[in-house]
Structures are given as C-alpha cells and as structure tokens.
Design a protein around this ligand. Structure first.
Ligand code: KG4
Ligand code: ZN
Length: 333
C-alpha cells in the first residue's frame, strides 16, 4: 500500500510517499523559517499563503523522486491538527482535492501521533511497549505507548511547552527565531557555574512539567544586566537555561521508566534534535541499562514522512480508516 503524507500544521510544508512493503520512497520539505525570521515568529497568514505556493510543486517533486505516478497512490494522509487553522486547511484541501481527483480515500492524522511514531522510521526501530517523550514547540508530554493507537498520557506540561521555553528564552537573549537551535549553540560557550536557574517540578512525584517559571528566571537575570549584557553573559545564561531544562526532562523520563518498569525510551518532536538533551539522556539511560531511540534529525522537526508513516500504520490497524469523504474539517486545538 502506497500512502501519500501531507504536513502543513505550522511553518513547514512536507510531502512524502511511504510504501508498506518498500518503506519511505521519497519526501520533500520546504521550511518557511527564513520568511518568518524578520517577524521573530510564525505569521499565520504568511504561513498559509506559502503552503499554497509550495504544496503542489513539492508533491510533483516527491512523485518524481519516488518514480511513481499519482494514480499509484492508495491513500492520502494529512495532518488534521493541532496547528494553525489556516495552515492546516491548506494541507487538508490539497489532500482532499487530490483524493477526489484520483478517487482515493483520505484520512486525517493527529500531528502528535506523527511525531510519536517517527522514531519507527529508523533502520533500527524500537519495539513496543516504550515510553515516549514528546517535546515540540506546542507540546511536552510523556506517554506510555503499547502499540499504534494505544497511547496512555502519563504527564504533560501545565503551562509552556519545552520548545516554547527554548524559543521564548532565546528571544529574551535577543537570538533569532526559531530559538531552540540558537540558544543551544550559544550554551556551548557558557560557564555552567555562572547561573543556577530553577528546575521546576524536578522533585515532584508526578510526571507533569512546568516551564513558565524557568522562562521568568531567564527574564529576571537578563533584566539584571540591563543594556550592558555582553556575549559571555548571554552564553552563561543560555547555559544555565539549557542545563535546567535538560535536567528536568531527563529526570522525568527516568521516573516514567522506573514507574512503568519499561526499558525503552523514545524521544520525538523538535526539541528531540537538541544535542545537550541527547547527550544527557544517553548518559542517564546507559547508567540504568535503558535503551533510548531518536528519530533521524531530519524527522525530529515537522515533516511529511511522519504523517505518511502514521497514516500507513493506522491503515494497517484499521483498513477502513481512510474514506472517500472529501468534506473535511481541521482541528487547530
Ligand atoms: O516538532 P516541531 O518542529 O514543531 C511543533 O510541532 O511544534 O518543534 C519545533 C520546536 C521549536 O520550539 C524549536 O525551537 C525546537 O523545536 N527545536 C529545538 C531544536 N531544534 C528545534 N530546541 C532545542 N534544540 C534544538 N536543536
Ligand atoms: Zn510538530
């Protein structure tokens, strides 16, 4: 079965073709980061317009790279939500329009399910069950995953998502958008002893997170420096921030594994690309003989491959899940 995946929930247009026999055949991505950079964040209207411009050429490129015809597609999976309403509507329109034209069934995919299953695209995928840490710009969740569609939420953020904390703290330091990679690079030059920032909920017994206090702590130290802040101060603050957030994420993952008695941990979502987080998780897991799995770097942030794959997995579980019903709705929340 050949599944086309369409992702357009935020600032990346992603198209991909996944074949249940042959694996991922091709994928194409356009990132709008450069376009949004001058505004310091994603401008929803511009995002929607750009998805419209990019979707069909990316589809053509994906078909050409995979050396298949549009008529060979068996089903079309698109991101139904969560995300920006206008951006989601573009992907849904493309998927449903194409489904109608080709007389093929379509199915809406939950964006987070795409992220959650993305580590299974790797050459050595984890076996079920596992604990998943989902850390993206909009979400921070710990889940127990027993199979496709069998997810139990163990804990989540009570306020800001981890990616949001990265982005907002980076903004306070005058770094560009998206802030995650920028603050992470700067932190490499910082002195770990310069700032001990709070580690919210580190010792709470539950698996919930809270990051808004950490962001406020960054704001407070930035204000203390007022206009005189130098590059080394910024690097030290970045280091204090990264160390604090990584400590909390690692500790909660270890608690989740201990509480559930599971041995495998899967990291998904944009923050999963973070080098400091990966190093700390690997060290903590090795000590306790846990295995950690990450998506390939290119599949950590938003992409079409994870949506095509999630669609294919869902159809394997429930062949009737894709329908020839083209009156679509999106779910921004
Ligand atoms: O999963 P994603 O692409 O989109 C959402 O579904 O939200 O995640 C984007 C988030 C942004 O907040 C971005 O700053 C963060 O992931 N991010 C990183 C890194 N790369 C992306 N955060 C920390 N370190 C990184 N290397
Ligand atoms: Zn995402």
């Amino acid at each position: 079965m050949l599944v086309l995946g369409v992702e357009s929930s935020c600032d990346e247009t992603g198209l991909a073709l996944y074949d249940t026999e042959r694996g991922l055949l091709a994928h194409a991505l356009h990132s709008q980061i450069a376009m949004h950079q001058e505004y310091g964040g994603v401008v929803p209207e511009l995002a929607s317009r750009d998805h419209i411009r990019r979707a069909i050429p990316l589809l053509q490129q994906t078909l050409a790279d995979a050396q298949v015809q549009a008529a060979d597609i068996d089903a079309i999976a698109y991101t139904q939500g969560p995300g920006l309403a206008g951006a989601l509507l573009v992907g849904a329109s493309v998927a449903c329009g194409l489904g109608l034209a080709l007389d093929k069934p379509v199915l809406g995919i939950h964006h987070l399910e795409g992220h959650l299953l993305s580590p299974l695209l790797a050459s050595k995928p984890p076996r079920f069950p596992f604990i998943a840490l989902l850390v993206s710009g909009g979400h921070t969740q710990l889940m127990r995953v027993d199979g496709v569609g069998r997810y139990e939420l163990l804990g989540e953020t009570l306020d800001d998502a981890a990616g949001e904390a990265f982005d907002k703290s980076a903004k306070l330091l005058g770094l560009g958008y998206p802030g995650g990679p920028a603050i992470s690079r700067l932190a490499e030059f910082g002195d770990p002893a310069a700032y001990q920032l709070p580690r919210p909920m580190l010792h709470s017994k539950n698996l919930d997170f809270s990051f808004s206090g950490l962001k406020t702590a960054v704001l407070t130290v930035v204000k203390q420096h007022s206009a005189n802040i130098c590059e080394q101060d910024k690097a030290n603050i970045a280091r204090g921030f990264v160390d604090a957030i990584v400590d909390v994420l690692v500790a909660k993952c270890m608690t989740a594994l201990k509480q559930t008695n599971l041995k495998r941990l899967v990291i998904a979502g944009g923050v999963g690309a973070n080098a400091q987080l990966r190093a700390a998780l690997n060290a903590a897991a090795a000590k306790r003989r846990y295995e950690v799995f990450y998506p390939e770097l290119q599949f950590c942030t938003d992409n079409g491959a994870m949506i095509a794959f999630a669609g294919a997995m869902r159809l394997r579980e429930e062949p009737g899940a894709a329908r020839k019903e083209y009156g679509f709705g999106v779910r921004p929340r």
